[in-house]
Ligand binder design. Structure first.
Ligand SMILES: [Zn+2]
Length: 272
């Protein structure tokens, strides 16, 4: 999919654009660089987007003061780096759960990619029915809740900064599960909502449009809320939320377009 050729001189991955090869609606710019391959995990290729390194740096910067007063200075930065890597490890498990569920319902995953705001399991087609969609969508948040439980249990047995790190991982996994369960498409909760509307109306494209609208509303809330908080408190701490909102807006738009295109192709296949 990334071969260089006359129509693709830079070897830019073709799936980067919207279309049936990008059914999860990953914004085009997310795949703008190929990133760093980490090999295969359970048969799924895993790749670090170059933006992931920025995400890692932001997470270290935001968490480095949380260990005070027990740990400060370079040791705090080191602890934050361990936390950030462990957190993205948990995000990887979340995406692996989506990919395994997709495999169980017969949908292959082309790649799992970690990027600045988390990860995405790039499945190669839409699940065939609402039940399969719910299964694939819920697998990730369920994995995050299980990881949160394990981190919480472990944090009680480990004293000191190690326990604090596990307690923060507990919170981090809950945030990942909670945020992803918000009902805006293409978040996991939005996919569950889409499956529900799809089940009730029998119309997948209508279900996508309705839940993508919720996704956009969520995006606007994040952008306006983050910008207002940043201005009010005079701190750039809220800016990641603004960027996340912009990302979600783009993802909702791209997801809607790729669903429309998949619908068109499916219609053609039925007629053919
Ligand atoms: Zn997910």
């Amino acid at each position: 999919m990334t071969r260089k050729g006359p129509g693709n001189p830079g070897g830019v991955p073709r799936w980067v654009g919207r279309g049936p090869g990008n059914p999860r609606g990953v914004p085009r710019w997310v795949g703008a660089w190929r990133g760093v391959g980490l090999g295969r995990l359970l048969g799924f290729p895993v790749r670090l987007d170059l933006s992931w390194f920025a995400g890692l740096a932001v997470l270290v910067l935001l968490s480095r003061e949380l260990w005070a007063p027990a740990v400060a200075g370079p040791a705090a930065v080191g602890l934050s780096a361990v936390f950030a890597v462990a957190f993205f490890g948990c995000v990887l498990v979340h995406e692996l759960a989506h990919a395994l569920a997709a495999r169980a319902v017969g949908v292959p995953t082309a790649e799992i990619r970690l990027f600045i705001f988390g990860g995405v399991a790039r499945i190669t087609s839409e699940p065939a029915d609402p039940g399969a969609e719910v299964l694939v969508a819920m697998a990730g948040p369920l994995a995050s809740v299980v990881l949160a439980g394990l981190a919480d249990l472990a944090s009680w047995t480990l004293p000191g900064p190690g326990g604090d790190l596990l307690a923060l991982l507990f919170l981090g996994n809950l945030v990942v599960a909670g945020f992803n369960l918000l009902p805006g498409f293409p978040l996991d909760g939005g996919r569950v909502a889409r499956a529900l509307v799809w089940h009730l109306t029998g119309r997948r494209l209508l279900a996508t449009r309705v839940t993508a609208l919720l996704g956009r509303a969520l995006a606007v809330t994040l952008v306006l809320g983050g910008a207002a908080a940043a201005l009010w408190q005079q701190t750039p701490r809220w800016l990641p939320q603004v960027v996340l909102g912009l990302f979600l807006w783009q993802a909702a738009a791209d997801g809607e377009r790729s669903a429309a295109r998949a619908q068109l192709l499916a219609g053609r296949a039925e007629r053919g």
